[in-house]
Design a protein around this ligand. Structure first.
Ligand code: NAD
Ligand code: KPL
Length: 303
């Protein structure tokens, strides 16, 4: 069965390249005819790994094509996922499966509500990739991707195809715990790196503030029924800060490059869930206010 992959961004690109290299049937979904013409003029997708580049002449089509889609990897930013789902809804077959590869939480429910006929699967990834240029993706960091459905179901048989394509994935019965845990790590680290203008390691000088955020995030996770995701959070945050001390967080990089952040699906989602439960989490709420003001001062969207 054909894999449809949207879009030709960082994670979508490294999935598409590996599926193509494994000889699996694949079509890349591009925004419009102009992007399709640019892709064809580029000769396809350039995949860079360990300094070696290969240009892969992957099949591509626009969102407006009419062939039915049965298996879709939706690899947009969280804030674009609902618009993509709306655009692709008429093309989804009755038994379509849609893998939602977004960081944070909230976008998955938006998409699932728009696509009641599809089977939406959630993904959480620690792989690293970036775009060096248009249609040129760099595989920057090995990692792992967890996939699962809510409620939990048995693993689909196409996981074997991903293994064949050397995409490291595991099926989990608790994908929400994975997504919540990553959201909590991101909330404890990323906004502070933006506000202090520092690498992850720079937060070692703000250990008390990080610890206070971790306590509130753990309280939120427990209130959201995610006690296992709350366990040992502060220790893992300290360990990630130490292990990635020389790196800039993804949110820091977005802000530095003048790109929209995924705040609404990370810290924004955490604060909305706390408010819904009437949980007072003052450090988290103050952090959200400071981050929004900072984004506004840089002319960036606050959601
Ligand atoms: P990206 O911006 O590199 O790629 C997103 C792609 O979606 C872009 O090519 C964009 O043009 C395309 N797109 C958006 N709307 C579209 C539309 N209507 N039609 C066609 N194409 C459309 O983003 P990314 O870095 O691949 O991130 C995707 C998700 O994965 C994010 O939620 C991110 O936080 C998460 N993530 C990324 C990484 C990473 O290393 N890049 C790691 C882990 C998680
Ligand atoms: O995922 C991250 C990011 O930068 O988005 C880490 C490295 C965990 C920091 O929160």
């Amino acid at each position: 069965m054909t894999w449809h992959v949207l879009g030709a961004g960082s994670l979508g690109g490294i999935w598409a390249a590996r599926l193509a290299l494994a000889g699996l049937p694949l079509s890349l979904l591009l925004r419009d005819e102009r992007r399709l013409a640019q892709f064809q003029a580029a000769g396809g997708l350039t995949f860079e790994q360990d300094g070696r580049c290969q240009t892969l002449p992957i099949a591509a089509e626009t969102l407006a094509a009419t062939t039915p889609i049965r298996r879709l990897l939706l690899a947009s930013k969280a804030y674009d996922a609902a618009a993509v789902a709306r655009a692709l809804r008429p093309r989804l077959a009755a038994d379509a499966e849609v893998i939602l590869l977004q960081n944070g939480l909230g976008s998955q429910d938006e998409v699932a509500a728009l696509l009641p006929q599809a089977r939406c699967l959630f993904a959480s990834s620690t792989e690293g990739a970036f775009r060096r240029a248009d249609f040129h993706v760099v595989f920057a960091g090995t990692g792992h991707t967890w996939l699962g459905s809510v409620p939990a179901t048995p693993a689909p048989d196409w996981l074997d195809e991903l293994a064949q394509a050397q995409i490291p994935v595991s099926w989990t019965a608790d994908i929400l715990a994975r997504l919540w845990r990553k959201l909590a790590l991101n909330c404890a680290i990323n906004p502070l790196t933006v506000l202090y203008g520092c690498r992850n390691g720079g937060l070692q000088a703000h250990a008390d503030e990080v610890a206070a955020l971790c306590r509130e995030l753990a309280e939120l996770l427990v209130a959201c029924g995610q006690a296992s995701a709350a366990s040992g959070l502060q220790a893992e945050v300290a360990q990630v800060i130490a292990a990635t001390a020389a790196n800039y967080s993804s949110m820091y990089q977005d802000v530095a490059a003048g790109r929209r952040t995924e705040i609404a699906y990370l810290l924004g989602h955490a604060c909305r869930e706390a408010a819904r439960r009437q949980l007072a989490l003052p450090h988290l709420q103050t952090l959200e206010g400071r981050l929004r003001s900072h984004l506004a001062s840089r002319g960036l969207p606050q959601d």
